[in-house]
Design a binder for this molecule. Structure first.
Ligand code: DX5
Ligand code: ZN
Length: 217
């Protein structure tokens, strides 16, 4: 896969929440393609983070697309509000939506002018989402249990990528999220991923530009 086509999406979960403008500009000025925003509701995952008003505030200064990862129950209830707040990519969890409602949710997200993403947790088998791949712009393969930054990469999750790649069209974006660093990124891109989310690896590094470059190739 062409390394220039790899989309790097730093997760602001590892940024300083008292300095979000500074920390978003820091990655935007050093090679980030998207800004990954982790939304957690304390139900779907055992943590609470960012909500709609904060996305709206980020949109006032963010230049790069906001890549909003909804780790929430009932994403169909909130997708429109996140789109109106300024999300450019809206990714919901497969586990949070009834199968019969997935197509309508994807259509809704796209009709709001956003890219639609579907995500699977570590314990979800990749074959379950095959029927839905044609409906989305992106599949997000979680490589840690969603909920917290700074966890260790789970190798078996990355093994789901080839099946997803085989069942998607050539424009499908496959994103990985959780424990991504300069070593695990290579494992994922060699298996067919072309978008990398990284929180702690980027924000804890002393040289942000170098860290982002090291994920690309
Ligand atoms: C975890 C989040 C991730 C998180 C990744 O539930 O979805 O986006 O920020 O953090 P790192 O890169 O530190 O594993
Ligand atoms: Zn995420």
């Amino acid at each position: 896969m062409n390394k220039n086509k790899i989309i790097i999406s730093p997760s602001i979960l590892s940024a300083d929440f008292a300095n979000l403008e500074r920390d978003i500009k820091l990655v935007e000025n050093n090679g980030a393609d998207w800004i990954h925003v982790d939304v957690m509701d304390g139900h779907f995952v055992p943590n609470i983070t960012i909500g709609i008003p904060v996305v709206k505030a980020l949109k006032r200064f963010a230049i790069k697309p906001l890549d909003v990862h909804l780790m929430i129950d009932n994403p169909d209830k909130y997708a429109e509000e996140f789109a109106k707040a300024g999300a450019d990519i809206i990714t919901f969890h497969y586990e949070a939506v009834e199968n019969s409602k997935i197509e309508a949710l994807c259509e809704k997200i796209k009709s709001l002018g956003c890219k639609a993403g579907i995500s699977i947790k570590p314990k979800t088998n990749q074959n379950e989402i095959i029927p839905f791949i044609r409906l989305v712009d992106m599949v997000l393969v979680m490589t840690v249990e969603p909920g917290f930054g700074g966890q260790e990469f789970m190798h078996y999750c990355a093994q789901k990528i080839p099946t997803i790649r085989e069942n998607g069209n050539e424009d499908l974006i496959i994103q990985v999220d959780g424990g991504i660093n300069n070593v695990t990124s290579k494992i994922c891109t060699s298996l067919g991923a072309n978008s990398l989310v990284a929180g702690s690896y980027i924000y804890k590094s002393k040289d942000i530009k170098k860290a982002i470059e090291s994920l690309r190739g």
